[in-house]
Design a protein around this ligand. Structure first.
Ligand code: AHR
Length: 653
């Protein structure tokens, strides 16, 4: 073995051993879930297309339709242009498409090209796309263009600023009787927020075009067809243990014909079948199951795919191909087909590279199986007879074939009530281990109900608190969530997982508020709730101690928890004060040995109504230190979350 290989081997073994090392918990605590804090990604509020999915061209495959959004059609977001006094036409066509899943394309017909060029820097007959609210192009960054074309035609492909001034251009010579992919790239020398992409036919004749795409080279981990790096970094800083995806209501889809179909989101992007999104926009499916599973690997978290339970949303009021409103079900025969689809999904994710579905994953670039420990069935449905039948069919098929997968049940969209109770009963009857609760309430409700899980039956099923938020983005909302989250830690033996909802909201394009992180094409605006999630997740533990923190008097607005993290050996206190008075707290740390002399103190504080904006993220954690004593006395200011991390003393040699 070469010396460098040997050193690398020794280093890898040492790293693995140090990662595997854990510290024993001091007596008196109880074990709690190691995967309590996760995230929930749904393509709502343009979180995916137009957001995390880094494709900059809007309607890149000309598949927008009137059925998705009033006034939309195949050329939405495109402008027909004829610079330099050119003449010609553009038509939308469907004969001999690039792929049957992607039936529309455009034909450019150039009759006269650049007759009087005048001052026009460009000439030709073509199309211009301003992305989602203008393209944000940065000086020094490389951008990759790809398009599919058929015919014989030189095409000028150009990046433009908002006034039409070219920032870079290239000529692509299309010369093919069939569809062919062409690529080029640009490095921008100017930063603009209102960039556009133009594609121009510059000789007399005609050419067919489809899948016109522009991606920054710099996506997260530089992945092609990748994700916006800044948004992924914001998620990485949350240190999630799992990610629930792709919805939410998105999984029911708008009506029976448009329920989410994972098979539409795998394979080469040009062969994927786009889907109308129930939030009234378009999903290209460029961000599909393959990308979601990769995303989980990149975030080092467990994937939790949510599959629909064969029923549409009870709130399906849009009349998408179904008369009236309400929850509609697949028939039993349709359910049998759907159940097989889900078994195929599991084989696709976890099967060997020579299995029928695993082969497709391998061909996409991932020969080794993805990790898949969880599948959640259903999202907030009314627990009706048809839901019970469908969920039972799905559960039994998955469980009998893949008993190692933990299947998560569903129980409506409220904290209690008929569907809640029936969903719990069904979970128990079927022997499922976890059930997904959702509720959105005001801050005072969360504070008042912080002991909700104290009385839950410890024999299970366990809870996945899959969607929650306190309905606004002020500091007081974040603090109420923090108070409640100390209750989730206290009950971490029965509450296995929790995720705030929704995760992302695009500025001026939100169908739902509040969201954990707002964003536009350039920037992110993390809410105070984001920092609460981050503080809990990055300072999580796996043992809970209920008698360490004492408070003077009865303070119902206070949340408190003490956990031990066996990986680092650190003791962590969390104190959430949602009231306007200072609270005196004492922490008796005498049972913990090996404490360092100084603790790291992270504080999130401000006025209760304070909010972050894109220009002023005033509510963010501040760090300080504190001297550690066996009996800590803490004066907790009003409207404050404080995390006190007592680092384990380094071993003396
Ligand atoms: O989180 C936003 C929406 O709220 C989800 O789509 C749905 O599950 C819930 O009602």
């Amino acid at each position: 073995m070469k010396r460098t290989t040997l050193l690398l081997f020794i280093f890898s073994v040492a790293t693995l051993l140090s990662q595997a090392k854990t510290y024993p918990a001091t007596a008196g605590g109880k074990a709690i879930s190691r995967e309590l804090w996760g995230i929930f990604f749904e393509d709502i509020n343009y979180a995916g297309d137009g957001g995390l999915y880094a494709e900059m061209v809007q309607n890149h495959s000309f598949e927008y339709s009137l059925a998705e959004h009033e006034g939309w059609g195949p050329t939405t977001a495109w402008r027909f242009v004829k610079p330099g006094h050119s003449a010609g036409d553009v038509t939308v066509n469907m004969d001999r498409p690039l792929h049957p899943n992607n039936p529309h394309y455009v034909t450019l017909e150039a009759e006269v090209v650049g007759l009087f060029r005048g001052d026009s820097p460009l000439h030709g007959v073509g199309l211009q796309n301003a992305g989602f609210d203008g393209m944000s192009l940065k000086a020094g960054e490389r951008y990759n263009v790809s398009l599919w074309a058929r015919g014989r035609m030189p095409l000028v492909v150009a990046l433009l600023d908002g006034k039409g001034k070219p920032l870079g251009s290239d000529t692509i010579r299309v010369d093919n009787d069939g569809w062919q992919q062409y690529t080029t790239h640009f490095t921008c020398d100017t930063t603009v927020t209102d960039g556009q992409l133009a594609v121009l036919a510059v000789e007399r004749g005609r050419v067919d075009l489809d899948m016109i795409s522009l991606f920054p080279q710099h996506t997260y981990k530089e992945r092609p067809n990748g994700l916006r790096a800044d948004m992924m970094e914001a998620l990485r800083s949350l240190h999630p243990r799992f990610m629930r995806f792709p919805g939410g209501c998105l999984v029911h889809g708008p009506g029976l014909k448009h329920m989410y179909n994972w098979k539409n989101g795998i394979g080469p992007v040009e062969t994927r079948k786009s889907q109308p999104n129930c939030w009234e926009y378009h999903n290209t499916m460029g961000l599909g199951y393959y990308e979601y599973f990769l995303m989980c690997e990149d975030l080092r978290c467990k994937p939790v795919p949510v599959i629909h339970a064969g029923v549409t949303c009870q709130g399906d009021a849009k009349g998408w191909n179904i008369p009236g409103t309400g929850q509609h079900s697949l028939t039993e025969a349709e359910m049998r087909v759907y159940v097989q689809d889900i078994l195929d999904m599991i084989e696709w994710a976890t099967g060997s590279a020579d299995s029928r579905w695993g082969r497709l994953r391998a061909e996409a670039g991932h020969p080794e199986p993805f990790q898949l420990e969880y599948i959640a069935i259903g999202n907030e449905e009314n627990v009706t007879d048809s839901l019970v039948r469908n969920l039972t069919m799905l559960y039994q098929a998955i469980h009998s074939r893949y008993p190692a997968i933990t299947v998560i049940g569903t129980c409506g969209y409220t904290a209690n009530g008929k569907s809640h109770d029936r969903g719990w009963a069904l979970t128990r009857e079927l022997g499922m281990k976890v059930v997904d609760e959702h509720y959105f309430q005001r801050p005072d409700w969360f504070i008042k109900n912080q002991h909700r899980y104290d009385s839950y039956d410890r024999t299970g099923p366990q809870v996945y608190f899959g969607e929650y938020a306190t309905k606004d983005c002020r500091l007081i909302n974040a603090l109420a969530e923090a108070v409640y989250m100390t209750g989730l830690e206290r009950n971490g033996d029965i509450v296995r997982m929790a995720s705030y909802a929704p995760l992302f909201g695009k500025r001026d394009h939100c169908q739902w508020n509040p969201n954990l992180i707002y964003f536009d094409n350039e920037r992110l605006c993390p809410t105070p709730s984001y920092y609460v999630q981050q503080l809990f997740s990055t300072h999580a533990g796996d043992y809970y101690y209920g008698d360490v923190i004492q408070v003077e008097g009865d303070v119902p607005t206070l949340g408190r928890s003490c956990v031990f993290d066996s990986q680092s050996g650190d003791v962590i206190l969390k104190l959430a004060n949602a009231d306007s008075v200072t609270v005196q707290v004492r922490a008796d740390l005498s049972r913990f040995k090996h404490m360092g002399k100084t603790a790291q103190v992270i504080t999130l504080t401000g006025t209760p109504d304070a909010q972050n904006t894109f220009d002023d993220a005033r509510i963010r954690p501040q760090e300080s230190t504190m001297k550690v004593t066996r009996s800590l006395s803490i004066e907790l200011p009003p409207h404050t979350l404080q995390v006190i991390r007592i680092t384990r003393k380094a071993a003396s040699h």
